[in-house]
Design a protein around this ligand. Sequence first.
Ligand code: GLN
Ligand code: ZN
Length: 767
Amino acid sequence: MALKTQILGYPRIGAKRELKKAVEAYWKGSISPDELEKISSALRQTHWQKQKDTGINFIPSNDFSYYDHVLDAIGMVGAVPERFGFTGEQVDLDLYFTMARGVRPGQTGAGTTQAMEMTKWMNTNYHYIVPEFQPDQQFKLTCHKPAKEFKMAQEMGFQTQPVLLGPISLLLLGKTVPNFEVLDLLDNLLPVYEQILKEIQAAGATRIQFDEPVLALDLTEKQRAVFIPTYTQLKKAVPGVAFQMTAYFAEYRENLPIVMQLPVETIHLDAVYAGNELEKVLDILPADKSLSLGVVNGRNIWKNDYKTSLQQLRKAVDRLGTARVIVSSSCSLMFSPVSLVYENEMDAELKNWLAYADEKLLEISDLARLAVVSDYLSDPVYQANQAAHDARRKSPRIHVPAVKARRAAITPAMTQRKSSFQQRIQQQQARLNLPSFPTTTIGSFPQTAEIRKNRANFKSGKISQAEYEKFLEAEIKKVVEFQEKMGLDVLVHGESERNDMVEYFGEQLQGFAFTENGWVQSYGSRCVKPPIIYGDVHRPAPMTVRWSKYAQSLTRKPMKGMLTGPVTILQWSFVRDDQPRSETTRQIALAIRDEVVDLEKAGIPVIQIDEPALREGLPLRRSDWADYLTWSVEAFRLSASGVRDETQIHTHMCYSEFNQIIDAIAAMDADVISIEASRSKMELLQAFVDFVYPNQIGPGVWDIHSPRVPSVEEMVELLEKAAKVLPPENLWVNPDCGLKTRAWPETIESIQNMIAAAKIIRQKLSR
Ligand code: GLN
Ligand code: ZN
């Protein structure tokens, strides 16, 4: 008999982003709550049906969410932050969305209440809503979604396994006041979980999937110690219900012994990202537990290699027997797009290398069968899978000898600027002749409806390339004239030709493919279509030089060329799995290096290489950071170091936590770094002070995430704060990030104020 199968969650947005559209329509008030629920219910039914049809045994429920599964858990236990004024018994739909967005559905304009924060879910590109906990936090059961969803499935004829975010992860992934031990809230929280479990059991559930992703993180002794008592207590509440403990994306490592002792029936192992722990798990798995082996990667788009997966599965079956092994996805499939069926334009060769969520369901059921047949090597399904992998391995589309040769010829000298920063900055200063506290922006200017319309018209063939380029030149001219009029010191061309900072480059590089419907949820109703890096990366022709050169021709002020860095391009794509990520990053770095050198040749004196995703690439475990930071910083330097000393290299990062990585940031050796600083009121600069950051720095003085116009005084104050802790001669004046999401009116006012603030601080400090 085939092995049992499961997935840990199915994408909830819908193959055509039906959920996104419905939720946004609901926010606008154009559909009713009932209509929203009807669309959602139809989606869930479709998703469950697909799983049933492919023979998935343990079908998840409560993996659906209107916005975010962590927000669902927050709403379920009544952890509504005080500012939302919640006093009722039930967290309703409108309160739920208000927590996420700060705006009540049906309302327009700026939010009335500060939305809850978002942050990246583990090391994925999905963002969850960060729970907020007070020391006197009370919990109560304020939403019955898990039991309700279970019952709805039941009525449709599906017996499901509800998924719950475990109480320990819920607490640890949240934020709280300083010096408060958030796990002290467990005693308050567990009774609510007990109630939920009893409800689910009463509804007829016999199995529950607990997600405790923090088990793949570094935990303290104390944090680790709460798992056994917590789950012992929860198990007591519903002794007849089987529990599965689930973590993913990294090994359990030192948390493994605890996991093995938990009172649960099944333990999940992510065989893709923690496969090297399989042997150990098989050695110590207690006889009363089953193993869910996550062999099918839930967060990438490559066809599963049955050879590898079957080796893992058959090894597990050998040791545990067929009854104790479940074939699973490595994590929820919510990180992969829905179905290849909707990729009509993709060429057959590439398509044959891929598997989206629906294809992964099939893979899981194939593997469950192949894991128990004796002559799987001669099975046609196995052979077809291996043939696809062979074809991919040998495809000339993937392997470009010239790229490999160039990669092999990288020398340490190529990752070093010619002189030290102190020498470079003098030459740059002599060339650029900038005032103290030079002003600049991060690159993009407002992406107006007109810009988007022209781009769409060009893509659909409604306007010619020549017409489109003429339009872009006019846009650039407008933006350059505007900056001159405002009195900015280092200008930009405005990035009006770019739809997205990764896609724009990916479209011009070899080795990248784009999808028609490869949507994945980024946060809430926002979905992205990451490019697929399938082969060796190289740059057939300059990508940005034309626009930067044109922009420079319009002004005597220095023009800043704008590029996306290699780590960010990697991080925001689906990356090939047939070579280490570091190798792919180096190839991208060489392509960007060519562009940097070409910009220099075209007379562009300042070049910014954005790396907003550098930090989010950090591995989950601290002990793995050094290796990542070494190759990612090296890739940045490889991209930046082909230029002469007098060419000034900037980088930009839109976040504010630098404490733990400041040495790596310094090692990037950019002449100037711009960062997000206004929200933390410059407090983050302490990291740069403590480290004695040697190069120049532009701490953002304008929070571009809201339409609010910062006053001159408040920006002067921020600059004064910065100048107190860092050498004033090292400081730049700029916004937190690019302006593409802003409108012109607030942009004009804010830049005026920013320039005025720069003038004041120059005067104040020269006195
Ligand atoms: N240069 C980009 C812009 O201005 C940077 C965006 C980012 O950091 N995310 O839009
Ligand atoms: Zn940014």
